[in-house]
Design a protein around this ligand. Sequence first.
Ligand code: SF4
Ligand code: SF4
Ligand code: SF4
Length: 272
Amino acid sequence: MKKYVLPILMLAVFETIAVTVWLIKDNLFYLFNFSYIGCSIALGVFLFIRKYRHARRVVQLLVGLYMLVYLGLISGENMQIEGFWYYLFTGVFEAATIHYVVAKIFGPLLFGRGWCGYACWTAMVLDFLPYKTPKRPRKKLSWIRYITFAASFLFVAALFLARVGNLERIMFWAFIIGNVIYYAVGIALAFAFQDNRAFCKYVCPITVFLKPMSYFSLLRIKCDQEKCVSCGKCKRVCPMNVDVTDPSRKRANGTECILCMECVRNCPKGAL
Ligand code: SF4
Ligand code: SF4
Ligand code: SF4
């Protein structure tokens, strides 16, 4: 049973969040929402421990489709960064704001960029593309993320400053159009750079939140230097170019780790 501690722990963390937010907001939706996400993640970790090859993809589809289709399209909740700014400006601490606080701002202190590996609906599609490991060296283009971050903020700020009416409807369409743009740019970049995660590395505005917080992540892949034979396989299979053999927090691209476990699965010495 000892090996199943992690999925049980993940479930316990999400259930704690579910009950806390449910009681604070007096809204049963949050109990369902975080319980569903917690069960999906715990199932994925359980399947991973059972060595099921597609465990991570199962979680990506369960959580990603739930958020994209149910929360976004059916419930009309803009869960993209524009939705976060929108609810922040209106002073409403509701689904999108809570989602950002839990998954993308404070959650990474605990589980790093687990969101990017297991829940993001953009990466859920990008990960189906053919370049699972980057075929070319990383480019110095990560400054683009600050432009998209600023653009998302300015877009919503301009709507408020111009006192545009029917903002709820505009945010719904912004969610649909924004996702279409993300998928189009993400797929184009993946093929241009032969790297499924090029969009994550250079363009995604959410990484402006995710990267600094995940630097301090409690959950991280560690390398046992005694066992490591410096074969370099872990770096070759890593979709995010992380130098996982370096134990320090300052390791190359350390804040990019999405906890996909490809390095762990492929290490011939069980050093990770
Ligand atoms: S970097 Fe952005 S697009 Fe990529 S997985 Fe994370 S949140 Fe999704
Ligand atoms: S794959 Fe394992 S043994 Fe090889 S360099 Fe990485 S940690 Fe070391
Ligand atoms: S392969 Fe390892 S270091 Fe790279 S993103 Fe996945 S878990 Fe992190």
